[in-house]
Ligand binder design. Structure first.
Ligand code: PXG
Length: 297
């Protein structure tokens, strides 16, 4: 495996960054998780745009242009000979001293890119759905570092996921400070009731998911249903016809049991199944080609 760090490729065992990098010392940085399907990178522009927005939000100057980052990401997938891939793109504040002052990170931000095979939920989960539990951990407030920033501070999400695992569930739902539903530890959340689809708005405290956006577009174009963004409590999930999650890793997947309550039929519902099908068709028919581009230098 070849890993990209700041303009060079390293073997896995040699791919290292400094212990003085503020990404390590403070979680001071941002990342993107991106998929490639069949030799094409899915919604790469959207991911790069979100990366840029996250960078702006945390006063981080990206070390390269978005075009250069795109070239590096494609080259990383290519060098590893992958067609279906999970691309992890990380930008840290870079090497500093032991203080919080970001001005001490004088060399500027560091960027590394890993392209690996993807680990997915087993296919049977797309039929039978996931079990979810509500985490005791609250979503960060909008007056904190907004959940819209895909920062390297994922401890709340990791601990929420651990609560789900401990409860025998696959994903955890985070409520926000007002007790409304925000999102899952690594996925956005939707529910369907009476033929309408609902999802929390960005004001609920969510990561503005690339998959979420795609599914909203597909719901409208393929199912003729406009997704309604609104705040809602857990009760709406408990009493929904269908619940589903979206994320780069999970794609579209049903949530069929929430805090012990069975949702709908207790398996992936008809609308969710349609969205899974449309999403897969779309994901496999679009994207930035990895192997047809000429290496830019
Ligand atoms: N909310 C959070 C907190 C996330 O981390 C999403 C929503 C969905 O966003 P996208 O843009 O991916 O649709 C995420 C993204 C994994 C994995 O391996 C998780 C994510 C992305 C890639 C891989 O669990 N989470």
């Amino acid at each position: 495996m070849k890993i990209y760090i700041d303009g060079k490729f390293y073997d896995k065992n040699d791919a290292k960054i400094s212990v003085f990098d503020h990404g390590v010392l403070y979680g001071d940085g941002i990342f993107e998780g991106i998929r490639a399907y069949n030799g094409r990178v899915f919604r790469l522009d959207d991911h790069l745009q979100r990366l840029e927005e996250s960078a702006n939000a945390i006063l981080l100057k990206l070390p390269m242009t978005l075009k250069e980052i795109e070239t590096a990401a494609l080259e990383t997938v290519r060098l590893n000979g992958l067609k279906d891939a999970y691309i992890r793109l990380v930008v840290t504040r870079g090497v500093g001293d032991l203080g919080l002052d970001m001005r001490k990170c004088r060399q500027g931000a560091s960027i590394f890119i890993i392209a690996d095979k993807i680990e997915l939920y087993p296919e049977e989960f797309y039929e039978k759905g996931l079990t979810l539990v509500t985490s005791t951990i609250r979503q960060k407030g909008l007056d904190q570092v907004t959940p819209g920033v895909k920062s390297l501070n994922y401890l709340a999400n990791i601990l929420a996921r651990a609560e789900a695992t401990a409860a025998g569930a696959q994903e955890a739902i985070l409520l926000n400070a007002t007790g409304q539903v925000s999102e899952c530890s690594g996925d956005n959340l939707f529910y369907i009731k009476g033929g309408k689809i609902f999802t929390p708005p960005s004001s609920a405290g969510i990561l503005s998911g690339v998959t979420r956006q795609v599914v909203m577009e597909l719901a409208e174009s393929k199912l003729g249903i406009k997704v309604i963004e609104r705040n809602f409590p857990r009760y709406d999930l408990y009493t929904a016809d269908e619940v589903f999650l979206t994320g780069t890793g999970a794609e579209v997947i049903a949530g069929v049991k929430i805090d012990g309550r069975v949702i709908g039929s207790g398996a992936a519902g008809p609308m969710t199944k349609k969205l899974i099908k449309h999403f897969r068709e779309y994901a496999n028919s679009t994207g930035t080609p990895v192997y047809e581009t000429v290496k830019a230098k």
